[in-house]
Design a protein around this ligand. Sequence first.
Ligand SMILES: [Zn+2]
Length: 181
Amino acid sequence: MSFVNIFNHQIEIKRKKGMRSLRLSVKADGRIVLSVGRVYPLFLIKNFLQTKQAWLEDSLVKIKTRNSLFSLKHTALEITKYKKQTKVLVEERLKYFNQFYNFQYNRIAVRNQSSRWGSCSSKKNLNFNYRLCLLPQDLADMVIVHELCHLQEMNHSKAFWVQVAKTIPSYKILEKKLKKI
Ligand SMILES: [Zn+2]
C-alpha cells in the first residue's frame, strides 16, 4: 500500500490487478482510497486527483457532518460544549432573522434530542437540537428560520413556506439536504 499527499489529505493508493479505471472513494471513517490498476503511472494518478479537490472536500464534509451528528455518541463534556455553542448561535441568528419577521417568542431551549433539529410549541417556545452548531451555517439557518416561521404558521402549509422563502429563497434545496443528514 502506498500514499499520495494532496490538498493536505493523505490518499491511500490501492493497486488492483486488472483494474482499468480509477476509483476514488471516501470511507465512513474518513479514509480516502484510490483504487487503480497495477501499472498505472503515478503522475497520471496525481493529475487525476488534481481535478477532484471540490468533490473530495465535499465528501469529507458530508462524512464528518454525518458522523458527528447522529451516529457518533458525544461525551457529556462535548454535549455541554455544543449546547453552549448552539445557544449562542441560535440566539444570534434568531435575532438577525427576526429583524425581518418581528414574531413574538418566549423561551429558547437547546436539547439533546436524537432525531429532530428543532420544534416550536403552541406556547411559542422554540427548541433546538444541541448538534445545530455542527451543521454548515446555511443548514443551521434553515432550521432556525423554519422554527421561527412556525410562530406564525403552525403547519407546513403554502403560507408557511411563503414566510420561509422571504429570508431563505433556496429553502427547498436546503430542506432536502437537511433530510439527508
Ligand atoms: Zn416544521
